[in-house]
Structures are given as structure tokens and as C-alpha cells.
Design a protein around this ligand. Structure first.
Ligand code: SF4
Ligand code: SF4
Length: 170
């Protein structure tokens, strides 16, 4: 196991309000309350485990996180339960956002993330409009959905250089 000090510093810098006395003491309250951990316990070799992620992140064991199954990073649905129950006020989801961003930078994110980003780039929506949905809304007397300004979305995403990261592995 190699400790990556640069990665460790990135984690500490990313975690707003972090200081030494807030270190995780591995009580596992986050994992015990995580709904994803609950439902994946028997599906994957190790299940999804936020406590383990935090341990590896705070110790700089980058390889343990990035060489594991993608669920180690992408299993988190950002429900924020762990943030609320952590007795040390560690904002776990902040750290998990860093991990997800680094996963994308490495071109290793799951396909559905790239597909959804591509859909937003092309249509301004994560789930593009469908004629059947529009008809159903109309039949229920709901107002028509105003089409988003796709040019604006594309300009924003281009400015953030997200367009360069839309394809996995690019
Ligand atoms: S709840 Fe907080 S202190 Fe406890 S293991 Fe999780 S991150 Fe660490
Ligand atoms: S925010 Fe993520 S890690 Fe935390 S409890 Fe929800 S799914 Fe689990």
C-alpha cells in the first residue's frame, strides 16, 4: 500500500472546514446508516462502504480507491445521510465529489455518467423530452414544457471544458 501525499493533501484541501481534530475515528456510523451500503452488502465482494473510502482518502491510499470496483466511488447517491450522522462533522460527500471528479479526469467513470453528460450537452436535459410524455402532460392539463436554451448550456459546458471530457477515456 503506497501513501500518496499529494492525493492526501487534495482531500484535505477539498474538505472545507477540515482540521486535525475532526479526523475520522472509524466509528462506522456513516456505513451503518448508508442506504447504498445496506443494499449492496451482498451484491459486491465488499459492498459499498463510505467508512472505508474515508479511511483510504484521509490516509492517501489512492490505489485502494481507484483500483477497486467502480462502486467504491460511484455507489454514493449523495443522499447526505452520512454527513448528517457523522459525529466528527466530516462532510463525506465533499470528499466523494473529489473522488468522482478524479475518476472522470482519468476517463474511468461509469458509462451512464458520460451518456447523461452528453444528453445534457445535446438537449439541455439529463433525460431528453419524449413525445409520449408531452402528450400525457397535455392530456392531464399540464402546461407544455419550455425547451431549454441548448446554446447556453453548451457555452457553459464549453467554458468549463466539460465538452472535452464527454467521451470515456478521452
Ligand atoms: S461516521 Fe464519521 S467518524 Fe465515523 S467512520 Fe464515518 S466518517 Fe468516520
Ligand atoms: S451520501 Fe452517499 S455515502 Fe453518504 S449515506 Fe448517502 S449514499 Fe451513503
Amino acid at each position: 500500500m503506497v501513501m500518496d501525499f499529494e492525493f492526501r493533501k487534495q482531500v484535505m484541501d477539498y474538505h472545507q472546514g477540515s482540521d486535525v481534530i475532526k479526523y475520522c475515528y472509524q466509528c462506522s456510523r456513516c456505513t451503518d446508516n448508508c442506504p447504498v451500503s445496506f443494499v449492496t452488502d451482498e451484491l459486491y465482494q465488499y459492498g459499498y462502504n463510505p467508512r472505508r473510502n474515508i479511511l483510504n482518502a484521509l490516509l492517501g491510499y489512492k490505489d485502494n480507491i481507484f483500483s477497486a470496483d467502480l462502486i467504491a466511488i460511484w455507489g454514493c447517491t449523495v443522499c447526505d445521510t452520512c454527513d448528517e450522522v457523522c459525529p466528527q462533522n466530516i462532510e463525506l460527500t465533499e470528499i466523494f465529489t473529489l473522488l468522482k471528479n478524479q475518476s472522470i479526469e482519468k476517463g474511468e467513470g461509469p458509462d451512464f455518467i458520460f451518456q447523461q453528460a452528453q444528453a445534457i450537452y445535446e438537449s439541455g436535459k439529463a433525460i431528453p423530452s419524449q413525445a409520449a410524455l408531452e402528450r400525457r402532460r397535455e392530456s392531464m392539463g399540464l402546461p407544455a414544457i419550455i425547451a431549454p436554451n441548448v446554446d447556453e448550456f453548451q457555452m457553459l459546458m464549453n467554458n468549463m471544458e466539460i465538452n472535452k471530457k464527454l467521451k470515456k477515456g478521452d
